[in-house]
Structures are given as C-alpha cells and as structure tokens.
Design a protein around this ligand. Sequence first.
Ligand code: WT7
Length: 659
Amino acid sequence: MSQGVGETIDSLLREGRVFHPPKELVETSNVKAFMDRHGIGSYEELLERARDIEWFWSEMVKEVGIEWFEEPKKVLEWNPPYVKWFVGAKYNIVHDAVDKQARIRKNKVAYIWEGEPGEVRKITYGELYNEVNRLANVLKALGVGRGDRVTIWLPMVPELPIAMLACAKIGAIHSVVFSGFSERALLDRIQDSRAKLLITADGFYRNGKVIELKSRADKVLGEAPSIENVIVLERIGLDGIDMKRGRDYWWHEIIKGHSRHCDTEVMDANDLLFILYTSGTTGKPKGVMHAHGGYAVGTAATLKFIFDLKEDDIWWCSADIGWITGHSYIVYGPLILGVTQVMYEGAPLYPEPDRWWSIIERYGVTVFYTAPTAIRMFMRLGEKWPARHDLSTLRLLGTVGEPINPEAWVWYYKYIGGERCPIMDTWWQTETGMQMISPLPITPLKPGSATKPFPGIEADVYDPNGNSLYKKNVGGYLVIKKPWPAMLRGLWNAEEKYIKTYWSMFEGIYFTGDAARVDEDGYFWIQGRLDDVLKVSGHRIGNSEVESALVSHPAVSEAAVVGKPHEIKGEAIVAFIVLRSGYEPSEGLKQELREHVAREIGKIARPDEIYFVTDLPKTRSGKIMRRVCRAVLLGMDPGDVSTLANPEAVDVIRGAVGR
Ligand code: WT7
C-alpha cells in the first residue's frame, strides 16, 4: 500500500472523519424525490415521519409499484411475536418480479450472466417470463402444488432464479441450499423441510475446476424418501450422470412441449414464499421462513432507497443466491424494481485477481454490493488489479455480512469508488430479510458504522435489564422494537425455538443476537455476534454445528470450536479435540478431520486450526466451556475458573496453544 493511503487511513482513524455524499447524488436520489413529494425537509424529519410505520410502509407499497390482486384490508396485525402485513391482500411476488415486467419491460435485460469460463448470456424480462412459466408448468405436471417444498441445489446460473420463481409462481415454497454446502447438509435440509422435489445440476465451474452436484446428491437421496422427483440442469455436460428412471429428468428435456404461459397462483400476501436455513447456536440449522407480500415491499423499498436504483442502472450484487443476500438482492428486490443486473458464476480471482473489476468495466456496472471479506482479500492483492480497469461507471458501493474495518472501507472508497462513491454499509440478517440499518445516499458516513436504521425501522441497544443505551456509546444488545415488512414469519417446524431465540430476551422485542453501541450522533456500530455463532467470510456458522460434525468422526470423543480473529475472513475456526482411546494425534488425522467437516457441512466450515488435547474445561453439569478455550487461545484472562469441574483443563489448553 502506498505511503499516501497509509496517511489517509491514519488521519481518518484519528479524526473520526465524516464523509459527505456528493451533492449531485443527494439531489437526484430516489429518497430525496420521495422527501420532496412529502414535504420532508431533512434526513432527521424523514426518520421521524417514518415512525408511523403503517403510513411509511403503505407509501413504500406505492413507491415500488406493488400490484395486489386484491387490496389489503389492514396494513399490519401485530401480536408479538407473530406479524401479518398487508392483511387480506391477495398477491404473488412473481406478479411484480416477472409477470408485470414481461408486460412493461419485455425487451429489457434482466440478467447479464457470465459463466466462469467466460460465456455470456443475456436474459430479457420477456425471456425470463417464458422460462419461469415453462418450468412452473413442469412442476405442476410433476404434482407439485401450493405449500409443497422444493429444494434447489444449483450454482450461480440463471436457472437458479428461474427455479425459485417457478416455485413461487405456483405457490410452492422453495428452499435453496448453497451449492458450496456438502451433500450431508443438503440431506439435512431436505429431511427437515420434507421436500417433494429436488432441482439440481450436473455440476458447475469454480476456480477452473468442475464441482459435481448430481452425483453427490445421489449419495444421499436414498435417505430422503420425501423426494419424488429430481430435475437436473445440464450445466457442464458431464458424462455418466446416473438418471434414475421415473425419478430423474433433465431440465432441457422435461420442459419440452410445456407452455410459456402459466397462471400465477393467487396467494394470500402472508403465505410462505421460502425457507432458508441458517446456522444458530445448536448443531442443527434453522429454517427461516419468509412470506410473499411483506418481503416484496421490504426488499424492493430498501434497494430503491439505499442503493438508489433507477431504470438505467446496472446493478451487481456479488453474493451467492444460496444466501439471503442473493434471495433479496439478486432475485426478488431487483426484479420487482425491473433493473438490469450482472450475475457471475465463478470465483473472484479466476483466472486472475482482476476478474471482478473487468466485469464492472465490461458491463458498465453502476452500483456494486459485496462483502468486507472480499474487500480485505483484494486489498491484500494490491490496487494494481483494479487499476487496470476503468471503474468510472460506479456511483454507489455497498457492503454486507460483517462489520467493515475502517481500513478496508477507505481502500474500497479510494480504489474501487474513486473517492466518488458513498459506501452503504448495510446491517441485516437472514431473519430480517431486508436491509435494516444502513446509510441512504443522503447520509453522512462514518467508516465502520452502518449509520442509522432505515426509515420505519426502530432499532435500539439495550442493557441486560432492557434499558435503552441509545446515544450512550456503550455496548449492549441490538434489538428491533417494531415489526418490519420482511420480518421472518417463524422457523420451519420449530416454533418454540423461534420464541426462545428471538423473543425471550426482552418481552415483545426482537433480539438480533448482535452486540452494538450507538454513538452520540445516533450512529450504530455493530460489534458482532453475542451468541455462539461464528462469522467466517461473512457467513454464519454455528460453533456447535462444527462440533457435531467433528464428533461424528470415529476418532473424536469431544470437541470445542471457537473463533479467532482472521485478517481476511474476519474469523477463523479453531477446534480443540479430545480423541477416543486408540487414536493418536497426528498431522494426517488433523487433515482427515478437516476434510470430514468439509464433507459434513461444506468447505467454509473446515477448521483452520486443530489442537489435540486430553481434556476440555467443563462446568459441573458437563457443559464444555468454549469461552475459556477461546480466552486462553487469544492470550486473554479466562476469568473465574473456580466453578469448573476440572480447572486443571485450563492448563491443558494453555499447553496445547503454547500460552
Ligand atoms: C449477521 C447476519 C444479511 C446478509 C448477510 C449475512 C452480521 C451482517 C453486517 C454489517 C456488521 C453485519 C451480523 C448479523 N452482519 N451485516 N453491515 N455490519 N455486521 O446474513 O448470515 O443471516 O448473518 O451478520 O452479525 O447478525 P446472516
């Protein structure tokens, strides 16, 4: 990094400088136009007026052009912890995302897709409509209907949004499983949701290699009796794919002869649209549920106001659709707004570290949304890679997934945004469905802060007794005090867990699981997870999920998994393992255990470091104290260990990590 930037960063950190968005951006922004129409003179006034959430979200319905089949009778019904939005409305999100667009934006490109090997496909809204309908007709012919679950295990290809939309169109509930997860993780999710159909592909490209999907799904489908049929997309053209007669169909064959027209199922606005599994504090991921109506309004409104998308923008969200970011901001939000977007299949550094910057230049991307972990990786590789490309079309940038350190913020601002583009640091979660705390293009920015709650969102920070720490600049529990349209509708088959996880800390108040502080100016600074959930490259991984994977290996008797700060990934995974008798510690075994976790969950959950120990610190009731392991690992004071059943285990950990 050059001398100059080093100085900027130092002075920035010292001064706590505030970055003001360019005047022109502010003046021409969607949010400013909204304020002008409503005679709202300032950001503060906007936030104040939006405290009337029924008024604000009704306005957002108009703002993003939602077309109900039947108007709602009531905006909101709130019986904590259960919410209904746009009560009584008849609706289907596919109407706004696809059907309507095929009418008004028929020849406009919806997706510019680039495969990792370099092929390009442009799909217009008219074509998207045809493909969604043909697949929807196939699903119906296979007996899939309203409320049925369909598991989708597809890579980043246009058929992924097509498959999701086809499900939604006929009222089926999709459950997308990230293509980087293992087949065991796929099986867990199929079994939990009792899905009737699986949509997958032969494989996909990643870093120049082929990753197989169908052949791996076959290894577990024997344990998934709920699956009646499998639709297989031919992405690669792999030989020797085993197609089970009467169960498996090639996508391109089965859609033959199916009509390009399919009626959109008239749903209730509060009917379920999808389930998306996310890691929690137990070994078993939880199925977060979202509904058609509120989710449509929440995702489209945030995208329109925060990322300021207009008719001629080229939007690129680099996330994978397998996570909530892709569901909300590659599939539903952008399609409802009718924008053109870029979608890229492969790895960011393939074949060279300038692939992303080359994509931005070639397609003239105007608004770009990515993760802090990616920015830190590019920062490491140096500014010569973005410098090879003309990135001057960019006008706004964004990040999501974890706190962004001011150093990465400034690098992104300078080398990607050319010091012109404000950075929207958006805080939200799988559960919130939409961006919740984020700047708008009119917000003065403080690097490292997600700034203020979106209009209509009432966030706060509480002490353990439920007293507000607002503007006190002291860390506490990040909570949301009023419902929001894209709020989760519960956890699939786990109502008690829903109540316990989110609603039991403070009565009637949503607890996010995060720690945060609010400074004197009302800016939110997110400090990270308070529960036993790791954030590895912005992805959530439960400590106990990795531990359960480890103890399922015959060599492992007990495991404690903790996080450790990592320069690029944010957090690295460290496992302390007690072996069963008869097994000896070795480098080979470490490697085998790492691979075992990759097989059980996916490569992202593979431990970075493994320590073999003879004992783990435990409470008298036998609970393993991860907190103590982590403190010793990081060279911190493990606190009072006198209540441990085996205080001597602390020295065992010390010895293992060399502290
Ligand atoms: C958790 C949610 C939302 C899509 C991607 C992650 C952390 C998310 C930020 C941010 C600080 C952030 C929180 C949150 N997080 N965005 N801008 N600043 N932390 O979704 O996997 O459901 O994870 O990600 O800890 O609770 P997720």
